[in-house]
Write a protein that binds this ligand. Structure first.
Ligand code: ING
Length: 319
């Protein structure tokens, strides 16, 4: 009996700064119901799915920044998602800005959770690769201050058993790092859930902006193929506060093929029936890690970045 899971990638169109969480949750509920109607047992929402992509602004006042964070999950505004998930019997993935108070210390992460069909949070991941910069850079048409507003994730790259297989999560920039996918791959991951908010313009190298969509799919296909896993990648897309975000949400098979792709820059659901047993076609042969990997040669990969390269990072170039 094949282990198949019907998954929905629920791409979102833009969220403007003034749009409150309640209105956003209404849009998520429409997509969740549509996913259920289309036979999905899991629906994947984007990164930072509750608000506009606020790292595009420099905000000196911390309380202005913290207004974009969730101190509790579920919160009153997001509780309807958990109630509806339980009612419909569908799991969901949600990206949001997490504020955690521990004693009198405050920690802030770019977070994703996996919620099961009973509405219980069964998995959490905190974004490890934070792109952009940590101080105001006036040369930029828009800022990308994830390094200022978030701490690097402290949960590693965990996998969990869900939906009949091994599931992992990455967030946005993580997908560009083969190490992130490979740590999941070495744990036998069969389904990787990824939300992203990716600007269409790449200010540090504007001539490469024409490649932003290509690099998105290149990263996802490589990660899927080189680790023999399904990948469900979901954008928040469209023009947010004058800043264009790419779409291109897609579902990628373990062979690296895009089997479903969004066509708009709006709220759009795409679905696919993911046969988890197809992962073995890759994991058991071309990327049979037990038989073919040579980790005794890979020490550099997990060593600190060589000094020479650290020195060469000249000022003002996005890291
Ligand atoms: N966004 C972007 C991403 O990695 C980026 C940042 C854009 C990096 C384009 C490099 C090129 O998709 C987030 N949120 O990580």
């Amino acid at each position: 009996m094949a282990r198949t899971v019907v998954v929905g990638a629920a791409q979102m169109g833009p969220i403007q700064r003034h749009q409150g969480r309640e209105a956003v949750v209404e849009r998520l509920l429409v997509l969740m119901r549509k996913a259920k109607d289309e036979g999905c047992e899991l629906v994947v929402f984007p990164e930072l799915a509750l608000t506009t992509f606020f790292p595009r602004w420099y905000m000196p006042a911390q309380d202005e920044v913290d207004a974009f964070f969730e101190e509790r999950m579920p919160s009153p505004a997001t509780q309807p998602l958990f109630v509806e998930a339980r009612k419909l019997g569908i799991g969901f993935h949600l990206g949001y800005a997490e504020l955690e108070r521990v004693g009198d210390s405050v920690r802030r992460f770019n977070t994703a959770i996996l919620v099961d069909r009973t509405g219980r949070i069964v998995g959490k991941y905190r974004k490890i690769h934070l792109p952009g910069h940590d101080s105001y850079e006036p040369w930029r048409p828009f800022q990308h201050l994830e390094k200022r507003y978030f701490e690097p994730g402290d949960l590693g790259f965990p996998t969990l058993s869900a939906h009949g297989g091994t599931v992992g999560m990455l967030i946005c920039n993580d997908r560009r790092w083969p190490e992130a996918f490979r740590v999941l791959g070495l744990q036998g991951v069969e389904l990787v859930l990824i939300g992203y908010n990716t600007p269409a313009l790449y200010p540090a190298a504007p001539s490469n902006s024409r490649l932003v969509d290509y690099h998105n799919h290149l990263s996802l296909k490589a990660g899927a193929y080189q680790n023999g896993t399904w990948v469900v990648a979901v954008a928040k897309a469209g023009k947010e506060e004058g800043c264009d975000l790419i779409g291109g949400s897609c579902i990628v098979s373990p062979t690296g093929e895009i089997v479903a792709e969004a066509r708009t820059l709006d709220d759009e659901l795409i679905t696919a029936e993911c046969d988890l047993d197809r992962c073995q076609d890759i994991k058991g042969h071309i990327f049979n890690f037990a038989r073919h990997r040579r980790p005794e040669n890979y020490a550099l990969i997990s060593a600190p970045t060589p000094q020479a390269q650290l020195a060469s990072n000249h000022k003002g170039v996005a890291k």
